[in-house]
Design a protein around this ligand. Sequence first.
Ligand code: S3P
Length: 431
Amino acid sequence: MTKSQVLHYIKPSLNGSITVPGDKSISHRSVMFGAIAEGKTTVSGFLLGEDCLSTIDCFRKLGVEIEIDDTNVTINSAGIDAWEEPKEVLYTGNSGTTTRLMLGILSGTNLHTVMTGDSSIGKRPMRRVADPLRLMGAQISGRANGQFTPLAIQGTQLKAIDYTMPVASAQVKSAILLAGLRTEGITIVREKEVSRDHTERMLKQFGGNIQVDNGVISLAGGQKLTGTHVSVPGDISSAAFFLVAGAIVPNSEITLHNVGVNPTRAGIIEVLKEMGADLSIMIDDENAAEPTATLTIKTSSLKATTIEGDIIPRLIDEIPILALLATQADGTTVIRNAEELKVKETDRIVAVVDELKKLGAKIEATDDGMIIHGPSKLTGSSLKSYGDHRIGMMGAISALITESPVEIDDVDCIAVSYPTFFNHLDSLIKE
Ligand code: S3P
């Protein structure tokens, strides 16, 4: 049974500061690289969300020793060639990043593995990863010719490819690059629009060599990676919910510490500024492997904007909460070129539009995004999260600006990326 929640706040304001939990994308990669590399890897600020715990669980089944002590994770590995063939199916839960990146990693081992996930993962397209991996020689089988889990992988010797990305996807790019480490040649990935570059940055931290030049990424196979320390910044995709809350709830001021502001992820900052948000940014260390900042947001007077083109991959996960923001902005906000939303944890165009409509928002779905007419006064309603963490959190934040209660059918899913979400929300609310 999943847990529903009724949220009712009477003229709240939000004040105070929080440190958002670790970045989901970077936490996954820290364990993956730590397991591939030889030696000891220590990770601080790890996200203890369900998705990242699924990644740890998969590597433990491959015989990698992983210890968790609060948000510190230690990985001891003798390197990828020392992994054991798992006796059990690798269960990736709700995590697309785990499933897709593991597919790339496992294809170049000498192991037979089977991967599956939850009902949402079972509907998400895997051919976008399996197809380029097959060009590299990977042996992958699964439902609908490898489109859907469960997937079986017979590890084999891979060959390098030169691949032009048909969609902007860091998961596809990363799966190819991770497989590229197991080839004899130079793997090249060409991106038309830049997607998050955490894999490229982290590879260097583990002593690897990778060149990135104007959207062309090249990586030589056969590199030896060595364990290291990874400091995981706070997740800007989690911070996004409080950035929007601070901007739309009257009399609010919220400070968010240690937020990752890697430019390939920070599109929301550009949009908030463009919409007139009262946001200040203090960069901690620009030269860190993953730069971080302290962000302060105050109640803002907002104007509509257009979100389209190459900014989309830099804020794709923030679109649900940006849609809520747009309901409070003056004018018509248009979001386009965001068809990737249809293949996330749920179809997020349908989910966002249907749920915000129930609250009285003036919003329409389009083929590749949505159109939102603001500002509109929202009223409480019964919402669905579709088992999608980011739709659940969008619903919870909406309750801060409705006079009547908002009920959300399933809030357990929020633990996928932000297990302390309600603690943080409660700590900021002054009623
Ligand atoms: C992720 C990449 C994005 C993002 C997802 C995490 C990653 O997906 O939406 O939440 O960690 O690489 P796509 O690569 O499919 O766009």
